[in-house]
Each structure stands twice: as C-alpha cells, then as structure tokens.
Design a binder for this molecule. Structure first.
Ligand SMILES: [Fe+2]
Ligand SMILES: [Fe+2]
Length: 193
C-alpha cells in the first residue's frame, strides 16, 4: 500500500488535470518498476523488502512531479524544444526533489528523493549531470521511465513498438543502462507487443 501525504495526493491530482500524459506515464512506470523488481529480487540482483519496494514504487509514481512547475506550454509543445526550453524541462528533477523532500517519512526520504532527483542520470555518465554512482533502485526507475517514454504515445509522436523501444534502449539511444536490467526489460517488453 502506498501512502502519500495529503499535499502529494493533491499534487498528483493536479498533474492528472493539467498534464494527463505525464500522470499516466507515472502510473505505467510504477507498474513496470514493480515487474522489474520481481525479476531483480528473484534473480538475486537485489534483495528489497516489501517496505523498500513500496518506497521505490512511490518514487516511481512521483518521479516527474516536478513537471508541475515547468511551463505547460513547453510540456505540451508538438514541435522540437529550443535549448532554453530543454533546460527548463530538465529542471523538473530539482523541482521534484524540492516538492517531495518535506512530504515524506524519514524511512522513505532517501529512496524517494533519490528517484525524483536522479532518474535522468545514467550509469555510463550520459545523464543530466554525468553522475555514475547510482543506487540500483534509481537505475531500475530510470530504465522503466525511458522504456515507457519510448513505448507510449507522446504529444509529438506515436509510441514505438515494444520491439523498437527495446532496440533503442539496447543501442543506448537514451543513455546506457545496467546490462542485467536491459536483459530483464527485454523480457518484460516481449510480453507487451
Ligand atoms: Fe523525468
Ligand atoms: Fe518520466
């Protein structure tokens, strides 16, 4: 069961009303994350407790909450973004971090804030800031986030097939991911098309 503060609940509602694409992407990302953790836990790559899994799922649900503070004109633009607009979009990770950090129990603080702040980092250093030393739960949310972003319809393009989305992930089109996670993502993707 994922418990949220009243304020976070209201903010998720606001996201649904103002940017449904991001809201539903967050729900799908959370679902993929749960499937991924079932694999990583059963193969011994991780050993997350049910409390930790709840925190990671909460982070997945909230990972893009900072987009509430990005100009909706930019988020709903159907054409390519200018470099300045891209920079504004990238700010959503810090906005998100600042939103959630005061709304969490001490026991969930690190996992949820790490996910909001670092889900666009990549373990090969090709992410927003180039940091590479990332907790596995951040890598898990990152690959599920990237996969859903490719696979789903966006305002500016139709979604790719699961097969094509996986090809892009394998070719590091969205940056490099942990090899084992790429393999597990492939298994999840095969059940989607
Ligand atoms: Fe994001
Ligand atoms: Fe996302």
């Amino acid at each position: 069961m994922i418990k949220m503060s009243r304020r976070l609940d209201l903010m998720m509602q606001e996201l649904k009303n103002t940017n449904a694409e991001t809201f539903f992407h967050s729900l799908r990302t959370k679902k993929l994350v749960l499937e991924m953790i079932e694999k990583t836990n059963s193969h011994g790559l991780t050993d997350y407790s049910s409390e930790e899994i709840d925190c990671i799922c909460k982070g997945a649900l909230l990972h893009d909450i900072g987009k509430l503070q990005v100009d909706n004109f930019i988020l709903t633009k159907e054409t390519y973004l200018t470099p300045e607009e891209k920079e504004q979009v990238q700010e959503h990770v810090e906005y998100g971090y600042n939103i959630v950090k005061n709304e969490l129990e001490q026991s969930e603080l690190k996992i949820v804030t790490d996910i909001c702040r670092y889900h666009h980092e990549r373990c090969d250093g090709s992410g927003y800031t180039g940091m590479t030393d990332l907790p596995m739960y951040v890598n898990i949310v990152a690959i599920c986030d990237a996969f859903d972003s490719l696979y789903s319809d966006r305002i500016y393009r139709d979604g790719f097939s699961a097969e094509k989305s996986m090809e892009l992930i394998e070719n590091s089109a969205c940056g490099g991911f942990d090899e084992k996670l790429v393999k597990f993502m492939g298994e999840i993707a095969r059940n989607l098309d």
